[in-house]
Design a protein around this ligand. Structure first.
Ligand SMILES: [Zn+2]
Length: 242
């Protein structure tokens, strides 16, 4: 199974997440389900130089037991310790969760540790983010490395039907139908946390936007929210490399 476009996309999404400051160094990983039994996931190797420098060949095909999805797929590559995050998140909602991003965004971790709950404190500044916050962003309270199916199931239970969950003192898990959406909603969550921290630093406690405003915060559609937004992410990534 070649899956070259899919491997390139997951690798690109890793680089976008790193460029947006959602991961630092070598920690964090993305995955994409490709059929009933298999998924692509960002693996590690002896030539790995970190998430920001993820190459298509770092994205390997495995099955839901963590075994190679095809001959040779894990030769020279190691699975991330937190693989169960991806497997259990996908298993809990196979239709909706085709892609999973596990990231360590410092502003989200800091806001949660500061006792700040993610709430819709802005509207048109980022409409998808505002709706994400309105629905509520759950928190998994344990700061552990999620390296067993049991811990991953606990995290997934805390996540419920939400698209994202904050892992206290750790990071986030974001799940969606596409890799792009999984990363874009992580970017939105990071921005909510960053703005919340900024307002708190002034000494103010931000209020939620007025209930009357929601009628005029429309869904602008995936062509704008996902395709255009992703083109921008890729463009700024390429700009940074030149
Ligand atoms: Zn982690």
């Amino acid at each position: 199974m070649n899956l070259q476009p899919e491997r390139a996309l997951v690798a690109q999404a890793c680089r976008v997440a790193a460029a947006r400051g959602l991961v630092d160094g070598i920690l964090g990983h993305l995955s994409l389900r490709v059929d009933d039994d298999r998924l692509l996931i960002r693996c590690r190797s002896d030539s790995d130089t970190g998430v920001a420098f993820t190459r298509p060949e770092d994205i390997r095909l495995i099955d839901f037991h963590g075994s190679p999805g095809a001959s040779g797929e894990l030769d020279g590559y190691r699975l991330p310790n937190e693989l169960p995050i991806h497997l259990e998140t996908m298993r809990a909602a196979p239709q909706q969760r085709q892609a999973v991003a596990h990231l360590h965004p410092p502003d989200v971790v800091a806001a949660d540790l500061a006792g700040i709950t993610i709430r819709p404190i802005y509207g048109a500044y980022d409409i998808p983010g505002a709706w994400l916050a309105r629905a509520g962003v759950p928190v998994y309270q344990r700061a552990v490395l999620i390296r067993t199916p049991e811990l991953a199931k606990d995290m997934v239970a805390a996540m419920g039907s939400a698209p994202v969950v904050i892992c206290r003192g750790h990071g986030i898990t974001s799940a969606a139908g596409t890799v792009q959406q999984a990363v874009l909603q992580a970017i939105s969550l990071n921005e909510l946390a960053r703005m919340s921290l900024r307002v708190h630093w002034t000494g103010a406690t931000p209020a939620e936007i007025d209930d009357a405003d929601w009628n005029d915060l429309p869904d602008l559609g995936s062509a704008f929210n996902v395709q255009s937004a992703w083109r921008h992410e890729v463009a700024r990534l390429n700009e940074g490399q030149s």
